[in-house]
Design a protein around this ligand. Structure first.
Ligand code: PLP
Length: 426
């Protein structure tokens, strides 16, 4: 088991910011260990050249490093063939690729089934298809923040061509039963897509066992650099699909009037790829693997369990949090609000007899107040506006944990929250 107290030492940013700095925004992006930073600079210092093009040693070296990174990422998510790993910029690009390519094969009246807890990147690309009469259908959540599986089942129809769901919600932390959903989707004859942006960094993920057709995720949320992400796709589907972007690398032959395509995955990697990014992501995978993804998941659950315990102990007036209480189905994300911050609320939350029982504090004010104590959290709609509205609010504050966070970080969060609530209720 890794020593969680010592892991911060591997991350230069914490030396630079000071050991008292508490970073609780890893769901937005994670910090990077020196191991990853070194892998990227090593590439630029000693191996930099373009891939798949040169007949000289340096280019062959870069190509080998790039291809090895693909193999490493493939193994990390349980894919049996590195040809199923398409390097993209991020999860968003992976999902846009799918909307463009799969959308070409869809007809008016076809349906795409998603959930109300999706990030905008698994909503907006599908909305683009509405112009062509393709319908976007939402499955709802239950009051405890879990996905309403009966609603999901009832919304599957013979016209449902795609079922696309997040593995872990970036607001609620809910871990969705993707195997079960995949089976339901396939029984219905639908293609099954998983948004793995918040799961791959935090838990063991095996695409073959999960039975998904596609999965998208981002390197920067799992200790890797920004600008590199992955779209996993079943080979036979990738082979059948039309390319996304055109240009160099993705072709076999180009004539004046038409072109033929390279094999997958190159067919989907037009132009010079983010070579250093892929190498950095592969280093991140090595680093995470060395900790054991079961341990990473357990650490996240321990921190969330402590968070929910502290919430009950501290009993901050007006604090409402969202997402399942069962830590077995909960990622390391804690979203909450203090008081009613709907547009019509007054500044004090009043009890029935009109006596103030606590302040209503806008999530941006909560975040600013925590920042003054050296705690970084996010506030707003977290790129999940339909979910925010479904929760009957306009914004929440979100603390999200990763391997470098400790129990002391959770305690510090609650000490600061308590102080903030006291100051605002004066
Ligand atoms: N999906 C989920 C669940 C996310 O949390 C995020 C980012 O926060 C994304 C997709 C999009 O990731 P990116 O901005 O790296 O493309």
């Amino acid at each position: 088991m890794p020593s969680w107290e010592r892991i911060k030492e591997d991350f230069p940013i914490f030396h630079n910011l000071g050991s008292g700095y508490t970073y609780l925004d890893s769901a937005a992006t994670s910090q990077k260990p020196l191991f990853v930073i070194n892998a990227i600079s090593d590439f630029y210092l000693y191996h930099n050249s373009n891939v798949h093009r040169g007949i000289y040693r340096l280019s062959e070296e870069a190509t080998e490093m790039y291809d090895r990174s693909r193999e490493n990422v493939s193994r990390f998510i349980g894919s049996r063939d590195p040809g199923q790993i398409v390097f993209v910029r991020n999860a968003t690009e992976g999902l846009n690729l799918l909307s463009y390519t799969l959308g070409r094969e869809m007809a008016q009246g076809d349906e795409i089934l998603i959930t109300i807890m999706e990030h905008h990147s698994n909503i907006v690309p599908w909305q683009f298809l509405q112009d062509r009469g393709i319908k976007l259908v939402y499955a709802d959540i239950r009051p405890d923040g879990t996905l309403d599986m009966d609603d999901l089942q009832s919304k599957m129809s013979p016209r449902t061509r795609i079922v696309s769901v997040t593995h872990v919600s970036n607001v609620l932390g809910t871990v969705n039963p993707v195997r079960e959903i995949g089976k339901m989707a396939h029984d219905n004859g639908s293609t099954f897509i998983v948004d793995g942006a918040q799961s791959v960094p935090h838990m063991p993920v095996d695409v073959e066992a999960m039975g998904c057709d596609f999965m998208a995720f981002s390197g920067h949320k799992m200790l890797g650099p920004t600008g590199i992400g992955v779209l996993y796709g079943r080979k036979e589907l990738l082979e059948r699909m039309h390319p996304f972007m055109g240009g160099g690398e993705m072709i076999s032959e180009v004539y004046r009037d038409y072109s033929t395509w390279a094999e997958v995955p190159e067919k989907f990697e037009a132009g010079t790829p983010d070579i250093a990014g892929a190498i950095g992501l592969s280093a991140a995978v090595d680093y995470l693997r060395s900790m054991g993804m079961d341990n990473v998941m357990k650490h996240g659950r321990d921190l969330i369990r402590l968070t929910l315990e502290m919430e009950e102990e501290e009993n901050i007036p007006g604090l409402v949090s969202y997402g399942p209480r069962d830590t077995e189905i909960r990622g390391p994300v804690y979203s909450f609000s203090i008081g009613d911050i709907s547009p019509f609320s007054v500044n004090q939350t009043l009890s029935e007899d009109g006596i103030g029982v606590g302040a209503s504090i806008h999530p941006h004010d909560v975040a600013s107040s925590l920042d003054a104590s050296g705690i970084a959290v996010r506030s707003g709609h977290h790129c999940a506006m339909p979910l925010t509205h479904r929760l009957n609010t306009v914004a929440t504050t979100r603390a999200s944990y990763y391997i470098y966070n400790t129990e002391e970080d959770v305690r510090k969060l609650f000490r600061s929250l308590k102080r903030t609530a006291e100051v605002y209720s004066r």
